[in-house]
Design a protein around this ligand. Structure first.
Ligand SMILES: Nc1ncnc2c1ncn2[C@@H]1O[C@H](COP(=O)(O)OP(=O)(O)OP(=O)(O)O)[C@@H](O)[C@H]1O
Length: 222
């Protein structure tokens, strides 16, 4: 089976001229299909930068980054967009649209795909059932708890059957039990769909769900 992600000699800089600052130093990493990776490390060590590169949200400046067998170094905008369609994203501040119901939020990424409206309704409600929100599909985000909103965000990220899911601090706003429930759910759904997960967290309570923990310090993998 091929790697979901292969990173070779990746370096990354912010700013230009005198203000230029290197934030990733010669990163090498192979992530297998279906692996759950947790990325930890102190604030400012480069985790979010690495995650945004791995998610095709930023272009590599130096080195090679292959996502699902496609080279991202020098890739065109269209190629990056096409790659991003195979990925799912879960962020700390769930980013649900407040004027859409849970079901409509989960249907959004399907609009970019070749799926009919009725199929999309059906998929979204099945997905919400599998995250335990079958009885909340017509609720607006303001009427859901933090944990429930995060579960809607997970449903939205997974409804397209992405091959890779990227999550940045998905439990940050949650209490211990909801945080645990959310990551266990991600783990279960990922194993069912054989999807790869890369998760950035400071939350020591969820480290055990990882197949591999990668620690970053000052822009290097340690
Ligand atoms: N857009 C930007 N422009 C300039 N510098 C940036 C930018 N984004 C991040 N940085 C700097 O790059 C370094 C790495 O930041 P990054 O956000 O990747 O770290 P992090 O490990 O995710 O931190 P945290 O855990 O606090 O989110 C930091 O020194 C940060 O100040």
């Amino acid at each position: 089976m091929y790697n979901a992600i292969t990173i070779t000699n990746l370096n990354h800089y912010y700013g230009q001229g005198d203000l230029q600052k290197q934030v990733l130093f010669d990163v090498n990493l192979e992530i297998k299909t279906g692996e759950i990776i947790i990325l930890t490390g102190p604030s400012g060590s480069g985790k979010t930068t690495l995650l945004s590169l791995v998610g095709g949200l930023r272009s590599p400046q130096f080195g090679s980054l292959r996502i699902l067998e496609r080279e991202m170094f020098g890739a065109s905008n269209d190629e990056r967009v096409e790659t991003r369609r195979k990925l799912g994203y879960i962020f700390q501040a769930h980013n649900l649209l407040e004027f859409l119901t849970a079901q409509q939020n989960v249907m959004m990424p399907l609009e970019l795909q070749d799926v009919t409206y009725s199929e999309s309704i059906q998929k979204a409600s099945l997905m919400l059932q599998s995250v335990g929100l079958g009885n909340r599909i017509n609720y607006y985000p303001e009427n859901l708890s933090g944990g429930q909103k995060q579960r809607v965000a997970i449903a939205r990220a997974l409804v397209t059957n992405p091959q890779i899911v990227l999550a940045d601090e998905p439990t940050a706003a949650l209490d211990k039990q909801s945080g645990r429930d959310v990551v266990e759910l991600m783990q279960k759904l990922a194993k069912e769909q054989n999807c790869t997960i890369v998760l950035v967290t400071h939350d020591n309570r969820i480290l055990d769900i990882a197949d591999r923990i990668i620690n970053m310090e000052d822009g290097c993998l340690v």
